[in-house]
Design a protein. Structure first.
Length: 246
């Protein structure tokens, strides 16, 4: 897994010398794998790591326990740590959006506040190959064009995704092999949000009844769409230069 992370960082120029990297750490396996893999990369590249944790205000004592876990881990690793408690459901109602959208907005707003304090940098999140598959299925069901089919990118503005082409199984194997301590967000095991329903119900159903390799199939769809989009963009730019008059 570390070799793949290393290749991703070099190929997509995700992290540069002296970068400040805010890592969104929930304490779950994905974010802990991201944290420890970037700690390994620090041995080869000079950049700083800042840990950020958001308590979404929906799991009571369990959420506070996760918050303490991440805070203690940051202290143990001697890393700068920031945390924030928010009212995700209240924010969602106030702005007329889903709880998932609200959580995403609140997290990234907080991460960017931290980056501003440190003079800029990048936000590292633990999206992986399985997350990409879930994203594509959600977009297909809602209706999307070729732009939507490319899914998430390794880098989008100030957000980097070093684990994007790594499966959840590989991440769990890495966590097990390295004996990395994690916490479990029990809401991830309950189909209460759209993404959870796709992860817990739809993908297993597709695997059992249609395609056991659906995650890799959707990854190929994403990669092929990205290739097609880049080609179309290049052709469009060439034609534009021929037609436009300055």
């Amino acid at each position: 897994m570390l070799d793949t992370v290393r290749r991703n960082i070099k190929k997509y120029n995700l992290i540069e010398e002296k970068d400040s990297i805010v890592i969104g750490v929930s304490g779950g396996p994905d974010s802990m794998a991201l944290l420890y893999s970037l700690l390994e990369m620090k041995k080869e590249l000079d950049f700083s790591i800042i840990i950020a944790h958001v308590n979404h205000g929906v799991r009571g004592d369990d959420a506070k326990a996760d918050q303490r876990f991440v805070a203690n881990k940051a202290k143990e690793l001697n890393l700068t740590f920031y945390s924030k408690e928010v009212d995700m459901d209240g924010y969602a109602k106030e702005h007329g959006i889903s709880s998932e959208e609200a959580g995403r907005e609140l997290r990234y707003d907080f991460f960017r506040e931290i980056l501003k304090k440190h003079g800029g940098g990048k936000i590292a999140v633990a999206h992986n190959k399985n997350d990409q598959a879930e994203t594509l299925l959600l977009r297909i069901m809602r209706g999307t064009g070729i732009d939507g089919l490319r899914g998430m990118g390794f880098i989008t503005a100030d957000i980097i995704r070093p684990l994007l082409n790594i499966s959840r199984e590989e991440i769990e194997n890495y966590i097990f092999k390295e004996k990395i301590e994690t916490v479990l967000d029990k809401t991830n095991l309950i189909p209460i949000y759209s993404r959870n329903k796709v992860r817990l119900e739809l993908i297993p159903y597709i695997k059992d009844n249609f395609n056991p390799n659906i995650v890799n199939t959707l990854w190929r769809l994403s990669s092929n769409s990205e290739t097609d989009i880049k080609y179309l963009e290049n052709i469009t730019l060439e034609k534009y230069k021929l037609i436009v008059k300055k």
